[in-house]
Design a protein around this ligand. Structure first.
Ligand code: AMP
Ligand code: GLY
Length: 415
């Protein structure tokens, strides 16, 4: 099959590697792609949030499957436009992508489906926000109601800062703070059948020890040695299947990748958020361990035949990825700096570009990820940091503690 992959970040580089490694995939065409993806795919230009333009490109190049990486094209209706041309699309409809696109919508679905999550209020007026903050108490959690590329959430003990964030956003969801380690669980679904991938953990804060502001994600590892037994089965039963049933009941089935962000609290797993696409950088580690060919799996989900797909096979061992971020990220990142040491297996490109003379330069906030597997989590971690240590990029920064607490057995479950 021929596959069009939409997007150009680290997640898409990992997806491109997985697709290109599938013997049933003859060609991967990526739009817009990036210099890393160019190693395994042909690159095309397209406006990713223009549904008609993407559908026209899919027709022009004659693909059998379109895989949509980021959330913005999904919310814009790209999957709908591709399917309207009779081409299979991996990714939910615009209606179903509201599970990510609107925090209020996601809360409504969770309430209707009986899914365990934080109690929450949607607030517009400052007085309502203040009342909600005071009901739940500190730490305060204030979320922009719309898409914010993982940066619309403020978790703080500073009540004034919480109120300021609410005012900046306009419409926010204020919710109860969930205490406990976080898990990202990716579920491939055709709307009815659902297959969980390995649980992973992301590191959202910019600095070591979870200091500083939230980012899109600074590193990840999988699998998670510390999760309670039966966690995935419990989440499939109590979260995923009720949510998929509620989406079918509303006439907007969710097909594609349901990303369940969880906190493992004293009372059990609680949903922090849903996303409608693979997470970045968790995808880098999850796909590094997936042995089952990726194209066949995504095609089955896109064509409603996931129930017939064989069980997933996973490599032994563990995977770790460490993000190298540009200076000043998650603020406005410094770009245009020369990158060295990036042309090695395991270096995943995110915000990079290549000059006509071949020079690689930074072009975004998260620039590269060093991704490695190993027989143990400790070995994978050492190998990922060795990759990162070989990368040169002026002004860049990365966390030094990705997967460290898990390697050292320091992650404890509350209660
Ligand atoms: P979100 O965009 O909803 O995933 O939020 C980004 C990050 O903020 C999450 O990964 C958590 O680290 C944190 N967060 C969001 N909601 C909560 C909550 N209710 N309790 C504790 N932390 C939260
Ligand atoms: N790693 C977090 C996200 O993709 O939203």
């Amino acid at each position: 099959m021929r596959v069009l992959l939409l997007g150009g970040g680290g997640r898409e580089h990992a997806l491109a590697l997985g697709l290109a490694g599938d013997p049933s995939v003859e060609a991967v065409i990526a739009a817009p792609g990036n210099p890393g993806i160019a190693g395994v795919a042909e690159l095309r230009e397209v406006n990713p949030v223009d549904p008609d333009a993407v559908a026209a490109l899919a027709v022009e190049i004659g693909v059998d499957l379109v895989v949509i990486g980021p959330e913005a094209p999904l919310v814009a209706g790209v999957a709908d436009a591709v399917r309207a041309k009779g081409i299979a699309a991996f990714g939910p409809s615009a209606e179903a992508a509201r599970l990510e696109g609107s925090k209020t919508f996601a809360k409504d679905v969770m309430t209707a489906a009986g899914v365990p999550t934080a109690r929450a209020y949607t607030c517009v007026e400052p007085a309502a926000t203040a009342a909600a903050l005071d009901e739940f108490g500190a730490p305060y959690v204030v979320k922009n109601d719309g898409l914010a590329a993982g940066k619309g959430v403020v978790v703080t003990d500073d009540r004034a800062a919480a109120l300021r964030h609410a005012e900046d956003c306009g419409r926010v969801v204020v919710e109860e703070y969930l205490a406990g380690p976080e898990v990202s669980l990716f579920v491939v679904t055709d709307g009815e059948a659902a297959v969980p991938l390995l649980p992973a953990q992301d590191f959202k804060r910019v600095g070591d020890g979870d200091a500083g502001p939230n980012t899109g994600g600074m590193g990840a590892y999988a699998p998670l040695p510390w999760t309670p037994p039966g966690l995935v089965d419990e989440v499939m039963r109590d979260v995923v299947h009720p949510t998929l049933a509620e989406m079918r009941r509303r006439g907007t089935p969710f097909a594609g990748l349901l990303y369940v962000g969880l906190a493992i609290t004293a009372a059990g797993p609680r949903v922090i958020e849903f996303n409608a696409r693979f997470g970045d950088p968790e995808t880098q580690v999850v796909l590094a361990l997936l042995e089952t060919p990726l194209g066949g799996l995504l095609h089955a989900a896109a064509t409603g035949t996931l129930a017939d797909h064989p069980p997933l096979r996973w490599r032994d061992g563990a995977a770790v990825t460490v993000v190298v971020a540009a200076g000043n990220y998650p603020g406005t990142p410094r770009t245009g700096d020369v990158i060295t040491g990036a042309d090695r297996p395991g270096v995943i490109h995110a915000g990079t570009r290549r000059d006509a003379d071949g020079t690689l330069r930074s072009a975004g906030g998260r620039v590269l990820c060093g991704t490695a597997t190993g027989p143990t989590l400790a070995a994978a971690r050492d190998a990922a940091y060795a990759l990162v240590g070989g990368i040169g990029l002026d002004g860049s920064h990365h966390r030094g503690d990705i997967a460290a607490a898990a390697v050292e057995g320091r992650i404890t479950l509350p209660g």
